[in-house]
Design a protein around this ligand. Structure first.
Ligand SMILES: Nc1ncnc2c1ncn2[C@@H]1O[C@H](COP(=O)(O)OP(=O)(O)O)[C@@H](O)[C@H]1O
Ligand SMILES: [Mg+2]
Length: 154
């Protein structure tokens, strides 16, 4: 499917299926892309990023950035993996230099993007993961274009 109008829904009944979905999606990504991952704790946001990182050639360990806020992986390009769960508001996110980091060369993954309201670029991918039961997830991936409130701008 074309990147610019990408919109897909998936039902995953296992980690393996989610892994396949993540890896197929990874093949679509380009340097500069931003991927916002929404879904409750334990839905699989970190798992999804881990599988993308694997597909893009990172052979190290992907851990949750909940405490570090940002992990960086060297794959075919740099992967910036943010988790804003522990940050309180947009000001805290600006303070860690988020807007400057977005200008680095790489692909950006953001868990809890709701906390960064207004700081996301005009275009990005939104991945939504909903827990159905212990092994079953509903996933929705779509390209968001024309996000109006763009505060990170130079
Ligand atoms: N179908 C599935 N797809 C993805 N993860 C699944 C699935 N079924 C069970 N899981 C488990 O859900 C958990 C997701 O954890 P994690 O990725 O850390 O969530 P989050 O980052 O959203 O808090 C993992 O333990 C993973 O093994
Ligand atoms: Mg996580």
């Amino acid at each position: 499917m074309a990147r610019d109008s990408y919109s897909s829904e998936f039902i995953s009944t296992s980690e393996n299926e989610t892994s396949r979905i993540a890896k197929d999606f990874a093949d679509l990504l380009k340097i500069g892309d931003v991927v916002a991952l929404k879904g409750e704790l334990g839905s699989g946001k970190t798992f999804f990023v881990k599988k993308i990182a694997e597909e893009l050639g990172f052979d190290g360990y992907v851990s949750s950035p909940t405490f570090t806020i940002l992990n960086i992986y060297e794959a075919s390009t740099y992967l910036y993996h943010f988790d804003f769960y522990r940050l309180k508001n947009v000001e805290e996110i600006e303070k860690i230099g988020f807007c400057d980091l977005l200008m680095e060369e790489g692909i950006f993954f953001i868990e809890w993007p709701e906390k960064a309201e207004g700081l996301l670029p005009e275009e990005y991918f939104e991945v939504r993961i909903d827990i159905v039961n212990a092994t079953h997830r509903n996933l929705s991936i779509k390209k968001i274009a024309g996000n109006k409130e763009v505060k990170c701008q130079n």
